[in-house]
Design a protein around this ligand. Structure first.
Ligand code: MN
Length: 235
């Protein structure tokens, strides 16, 4: 009985109808890495080539392999990854850590891809200004979330069920789609603040890394994600 009662404590702001309209909804077992759309050194000097290579070829790949191992004997392996996130509280830690690890990294490597707009524009710019006051204020909010996340985790910009932007952080490989996350939403942008994302170049200087990542944000991809999230929410 206690378990059933506790189930209602988990966030249920998002549902299958909403997340089925998000482009990553097609992610399903067996999971594979999307090829990195650029060279390891393409984000220099913000992120050095060696860090990118290790991050993509070892860390991300390990999440993918471990997620497949965790699900291969599961009767629910045919569940979409985003659907698993909606009922994350029912799954073992191996699925939570590696499912989040795979999804978060796939997004991250597209959110910092070179070639897109280097400034916010369009609907997302309008929403940033009306929600936070300015792009600088948003940057401040994300930096605070990233710097104050104790230990490993992520800083996020997301859209909640009402279509409003909000900034949050999550520990480990959790993300805003998961029911175990206090503030649920569809991610528009996320920064990996695990030490493996920056330690070779920045050592303990997480703030310097956050500042560098801000310079390589692909605002074209964020604008796409923002518009897609609003559409999924029927806004
Ligand atoms: Mn990482």
């Amino acid at each position: 009985m206690l378990v059933l009662q506790m189930g209602t404590l988990f966030a249920q702001d998002l549902n299958e109808g909403i997340i089925s309209k998000v482009s990553e909804y097609n992610m399903v077992y067996p999971y594979t890495q999307k090829p990195l759309g650029y060279a390891f050194d393409a984000l220099e000097p913000s992120i050095d080539a060696k860090t990118m290579e290790i991050h993509f070829s070892r860390h991300h790949l390990a999440y993918v392999n471990n997620l497949n191992s965790a699900l291969e004997k599961s009767s629910e392996s045919n569940m979409k990854l985003l659907s698993i996130f909606l009922s994350m509280s029912k799954y073992p830690m191996s699925v939570r850590n590696n499912g989040g690890g795979h999804y978060n990294h796939q997004l991250f490597f597209e959110m910092i891809a070179p070639g897109g707009a280097n400034m916010p524009y369009g609907n997302l710019l309008t929403a940033i200004n009306s929600t936070f006051g300015s792009v600088d204020k948003l940057k401040e909010a994300i930096f605070t979330a990233g710097k104050t996340q104790f230990g490993s985790g992520w800083a996020w910009l997301s859209v909640n069920k009402d279509g409003a932007l909000f900034v949050s952080s999550t520990p480990n490989q959790d993300n805003p789609l998961m029911d175990i996350t206090p503030k649920q939403g569809i991610p528009v942008f996320g920064i990996d603040v695990w030490e493996h994302a920056y330690y070779l170049k920045y050592q303990n200087k997480r703030a310097d890394y956050l500042d560098a990542v801000w310079k390589i944000v692909n605002w074209t991809e964020l604008e796409r994600r923002y518009n897609e999230a609003l559409k999924a929410l029927g806004k």
